[in-house]
Design a protein around this ligand. Structure first.
Ligand code: GLN
Length: 286
């Protein structure tokens, strides 16, 4: 139990024990994050001596109870870092994940050498992909597309003042409604979990929006639509970059070939799982 007057180190131990007891996978890490948040500091709480005030103890008790009830850590903190950018997150939007940084890096590598590319981030959620692309490729003209009203609220917050455009629309229909050849690169982290995976979510993920996770019975609904519609939206030779689930590499590559994409490649994330499919719209000459 956390009480006023407790030393930060003792509070850290108490919160770690409470979270471990509730089955939280990274109890010590999460406890450190919650303690920093309650103390309003980025410093390592183990190096702090000032005892907790009543308000800090009360706040930490509340955060600990929420996390012990398996609310995502990111929702409690209200922000999370992606590629070094701090983004607003909370209930109603998918938390940016480290896996998705691999998608961003693949997109940035493909953009190298293009002067002022037009980039679309479909199913943008927080906008993590589009915002990081704009950050590392400042000349890019980036549009983030998100359908869900709650997620779009976070997207508006995160894109404010960045030069990135936020559009509330359905990624399944929006590309087909754009002028042909209007994008240089499309990136998308669509919902891709299967019905079986949705039935076995870890408690934290079950608190995230199903609309951002569920990709139809076999998880492939968005890939079918995007691989069908996005060639027309891209210029010849340009690329579509897709995040995929670890077991979907072969199926998405087969769909890409079926829809006439070239240079279909699969990249792995830091954990060694298939995570990114990049495909190229055939150049004009072929
Ligand atoms: N990678 C997420 C998960 O496994 C799923 C995100 C998504 O469907 N785009 O929880």
């Amino acid at each position: 139990m956390v009480t006023a007057g407790m030393a930060p180190r003792a509070a850290l131990r108490a919160v770690t024990e409470a979270l471990a007891g509730a089955g939280c996978p990274d109890a010590a890490f999460d406890a450190g994050q919650l303690l920093r948040f309650a103390l309003g500091t980025d410093a390592d709480p183990r190096l702090l001596d000032a005892p907790l005030t009543a308000a800090q103890a009360e706040a930490l008790t509340g955060y600990t109870a929420r996390r012990a009830a398996r609310e995502p850590l990111q929702y409690i903190l209200g922000s999370w870092d992606f590629m070094g950018l701090r983004l607003a997150v909370g209930p109603g939007v998918l938390c940016p994940r480290p896996d998705t940084e691999t998608v961003c890096e693949a997109a940035l590598a493909l953009l190298a050498g293009t002067a002022a590319p037009t980039v679309w981030d479909l199913c943008a959620g927080t906008g993590c992909l589009g915002l990081a692309i704009r950050h590392f490729c400042p000349a890019a003209r980036v549009t983030c597309v998100e359908k869900d009203a709650a997620a779009f609220g976070y997207l508006k917050t995160n894109t404010a003042g960045t030069g990135v455009l936020a559009v509330q629309a359905d990624a399944l229909t929006w590309p087909a409604a754009q002028a042909p050849g209007s994008a240089d690169l499309i990136v998308c982290n669509p919902p891709y979990l299967t019905a079986a995976e949705m039935a076995a979510l870890q408690p934290e993920v079950a608190r995230e929006p199903a609309a951002a996770l569920y990709g139809g019975a076999d998880g492939l609904d968005f890939y079918r639509a995007l691989l069908r519609d996005c060639r027309r939206a891209l210029r010849p030779g340009d690329r579509l970059v897709l995040e995929i689930g670890a077991g979907q590499g072969a199926a998405v590559q087969a769909l890409a070939a079926q829809h006439g994409w070239q240079n279909v490649a699969c990249k792995r994330d830091a954990a060694g799982h298939d995570r990114v499919i990049t495909v190229q719209n055939p150049p004009k000459s072929t």
